[in-house]
Design a binder for this molecule. Sequence first.
Ligand code: OGA
Ligand code: FE
Length: 278
Amino acid sequence: MGIHQQNLGPVSVIGELNYLLDNGIRPINYAFAQPEGQPQRTGILQPTRVDIHNARLLASPATLDAQGFERVEQPSSVSNLEDEEQVRQRYYAESDALIRAHTGAVKTVIFDHTIRIDQPGREAAGLREPVRYVHNDQTERSAIRRVRDHLPAEEAEQRLLKRFAIINLWRPVGGPIFTTPLALCDARTLDPADFLPSDLVYRDKVGETFSLRANPNHRWYYYPQLRPEEALLLKIYDSRTDGVARAGAHTAFDDPTTPVDAPPRRSIELRALVFFAD
Ligand code: OGA
Ligand code: FE
């Protein structure tokens, strides 16, 4: 037995995940709070109770290319991840190195980061809350568009001839996660037909994301009480077509085992274009 006598948490918990009802109408989600009277999203959510399994108990750890998510044990050297300056100056460089080391990629371009706090009403102040509906951040179309948006034209076309991926790095801020942990779907249990293209409307642009429809085959996982010294890598898109995870699905959920006095979740996620040599 190792020296870490850590309690790995329950075998599973039941969570209510918000899927989208598949009625053939393309849904619109708004990234920020809408003016009074306007809906935050169109489309009908279908809250569905599912078992969410403890990924810490897997006999062999989940990987980015099989399940589409992976836990890494690597603290950040950045003292305050809620400081925009420190994040851009240091956390981006550190995360670039982490992602390259864990994927074998030759280059990354980090194009976005978001701090979320589980504090109702934050969205109204232009700040971000956990996302409580099952989604994937990019479609193939928006993934390719991202490459062209963030690289010089000639380099973009060269990179698009090789393997590229979009990977999120998700990390607790300030302490372990007790409320609204992230649920991650085993990519091997996702059917291409479950992915429903959706508009994500920002103040200045419209992005294309996926909402997911319910499917009893989905197998869900979470990492109980994820610590700031750990981080999650999430596969959002992969151009490779030989059987690796090509897309994922995830959502925040209310963990029924959360103590009532638990501190609210704080997290940082960043999004990276990830380029390979071949
Ligand atoms: C993400 C994401 C939601 C959350 O990192 O892509 O959807 O609640 N996060 O942290
Ligand atoms: Fe997401």
